[in-house]
Design a protein around this ligand. Sequence first.
Ligand SMILES: Cc1cc2nc3c(=O)[nH]c(=O)nc-3n(C[C@H](O)[C@H](O)[C@H](O)COP(=O)(O)O)c2cc1C
Length: 307
Amino acid sequence: MTRKIVELGVELGPLTLRSPLIGASGTVGSVVDFVGVSVPAAYGAMVAKSVAGKPWAGRAAPRIAPAGVGMINGIGIQNPGIDAWVAEVGPQIASAGVPVWGSSVGTESDEFALVSKGLEAAGVQAVEINLSCPNLHGGGLIAFDPGASAAVVSAVRGAISVPIGAKLAPDASSIAEVAGAVAKAGADWVVVANTAMGAAIDIETRRPKISGFIGGYSGPPLKPIALRCVVEIHRQHPELAIIGCGGVMCGKDVIEYLMAGASAVAVGTAHFAEPKVGKRLLAEIDRWCRRHKIGSVRELVGTVQEW
Ligand SMILES: Cc1cc2nc3c(=O)[nH]c(=O)nc-3n(C[C@H](O)[C@H](O)[C@H](O)COP(=O)(O)O)c2cc1C
């Protein structure tokens, strides 16, 4: 008897992905270096570390530390700048064994647009816009401000033709409002979400666990927060494609995000302890789907039943 296959493909805006799993930016290197230690076939796409117009040195060490059952990081988006990235990573994209997406970051709309153009020319299939960057024209991050976020997305949309996703911040006071603004400005999907702002102190040394003190908190405690963001966005913008992201450690986490309304789900922190985690997640999703007689994971999207 042949074993019936659970169909893993999903639709994300204009794209069809072979798997609902996405490798989250900053946790899969530049993708072309990470595929050797990972299982690239398990992913619909992997997103390279964010890159800016010029090289960024990042913050001083220590930049990463365990905090509770999660992790705090303050890398400061260290990156080589778009020219070096294109020269080093570009030639390896076609043979990576997984669709490679770029991630652009900057301090002004023009910088995001310039970087995104470079990423597109290098051959990425899509560009994620990392809006978790200080807003030079106001307090907080660009991702906190619907107008500033829309301006960046609109500049990128005008500069490139590959699909674009906007990566939002879970600390925004109204993430659904930001999602609506970036969708109107041309984002094909939103990534929900980046790390939450956090802090941790080593009480023996009385020092912050990372040099910058405040950093990005990720891992399991982020899941209910990011899931709440997905729910809010899906309720207010049911047509908008969403990548859920935050704290995914097992197949059931992925299914939860899909039921909440995400079309695909990104995996980040789990890669640090388990670089081949994608394969295990797909096996767990497959088992759950068989048990519940689900023939295709796309059937799960947005199927949560309200009380
Ligand atoms: C060490 C580290 C570096 C990260 N760097 C980036 C980055 O450069 N760009 C970005 O958009 N997100 C970055 N992120 C955020 C992740 O892509 C992801 O949104 C976040 O970690 C939540 O998912 P997780 O709980 O599965 O890790 C980084 C996360 C970590 C832990």
